[in-house]
Structures are given as C-alpha cells and as structure tokens.
Design a protein around this ligand. Structure first.
Ligand SMILES: *[C@@H]1O[C@H](CO)[C@@H](O)[C@H](O)[C@H]1NC(C)=O
Length: 187
C-alpha cells in the first residue's frame, strides 16, 4: 500500500514536472496542486527550548534603540535585535540560532511590546531554517505567549506558539535573558 501510494505520488510529480517543462515560454501565474501532493508529507509538532539574550550593554550590544521619543516613558521606543539563542541559560553555552527583528513599546499604560522577528537556526536538523513570530509581549507577565505565523526550510508552513519567561533581568542596563519554549507544527 505504502509503495503504491509512493508510486502514485512520484508519477503525479513527474506528470506535473513534465507538463510544466513542455511549455517553457509561457509562465503559469497560479495553479491548484492536487490533494495527493499536499498529503505527501505528514504534519509534525516540534518543541524547541532555548534562551534568548537581549543585550544592551557593552561594546557590542545585540539590541539597539532605533526609534522613539525623548518623552519620559517607553511608549514608541523601538529596538532592532540580533540576539543570540543558546542551548543553556549561560551566554557561553552553545549558540543554536539568532533572534533577528524588532520589538517596540506598543502600549501607553503598561510595558507591552509588539514583537516582529525571525528565529534563524544554525544547528542540527534545523540549520538554515527559520520561524517567524508576530505577537504581543506584556513583559511584566511571568509567561507571555506569542503566535508563530510562518517559517522556512524545515519549518515551511509553520504554525504554533512561543512561550517566553524572563529568567534574568538587569534593571540598570536593560539586559535580559528569556527562556523560550516553542511549539511548532510543520511538515
Ligand atoms: C549550517 O549550514 C551552513 C550553511 O549550509 C554551514 O556552513 C554550516 O557548517 C552548518 N552548521 C552546522 C552546525 O551544521
């Protein structure tokens, strides 16, 4: 049964490949792919666990302020980050990826961030794959949940959520270490 299915998929695949090759001068703007092709890969859920280092201090900060007002208070302040993601809480533990993107203070009456970022992974099976996060991060809450809105590579078609929990914060510099548990469905 499995091999019959596999053959069907292979034949369908070559049929589509051949029909697109046979007409090279006319591009096809859109086409519907058959169910057989979308069934080919099974959805799975992966849990990722890592620590995010948001570093503002020192000579090479990984998060820098790129916009904001001179008003006291944080509303509008916007940061660009290229933060290391490590396996353990210690900054010297193995780097598994980076969190690249922005966060901005998006609430007038509380400390709540708009997060727009990609996790780019650089280790193991997920090396070169990425996950995109777009969400609300009320930083004073113990655990914050942010939606995963997509991904690339191994994380193509990703959906899911990320749970953030701050494990260390220096109020003088703003440096923080945040533990992330990420649950991602993908193919
Ligand atoms: C990750 O992929 C890059 C680019 O293909 C490669 O240069 C690098 O060695 C890989 N790293 C690991 C740890 O596999």
């Amino acid at each position: 049964m499995a091999s019959l299915l596999k053959n069907t998929f292979t034949i369908t695949f070559y049929f589509i490949l051949l029909s697109s090759l046979s007409n090279p001068s006319h591009g096809v703007f859109s086409e519907e792919l058959s169910e057989a092709i979308s069934m080919k890969r099974m959805e799975k859920t992966t849990r990722l666990h890592f620590f995010f280092h948001d570093i503002h201090s020192g000579k090479t900060p990984s998060a820098i302020k790129i916009a904001g007002t001179s008003d006291p208070g944080f509303f509008g302040d916007t940061y660009m980050m290229d933060n290391a993601l490590t396996e353990g809480q210690d900054a010297s533990s193995k780097v598994v990826g980076k969190a690249q993107g922005m966060y901005a203070f998006a609430a007038q009456k509380e400390l709540s961030l708009l997060m727009v970022l990609n996790y780019e992974f650089t280790q193991g099976d997920f090396n070169g794959s990425s996950i995109s996060v777009l969400g609300r991060n009320p930083v004073m809450m113990d655990v914050r949940e942010m939606p995963i809105v997509g991904g690339s590579g191994r994380f193509r078609y990703a959906t899911g959520y990320a749970l953030a929990h701050t494990v260390w914060f220096d109020s003088k510099t703003g440096d923080a270490i945040v533990e992330y548990n990420v649950y991602v469905k993908h193919y």
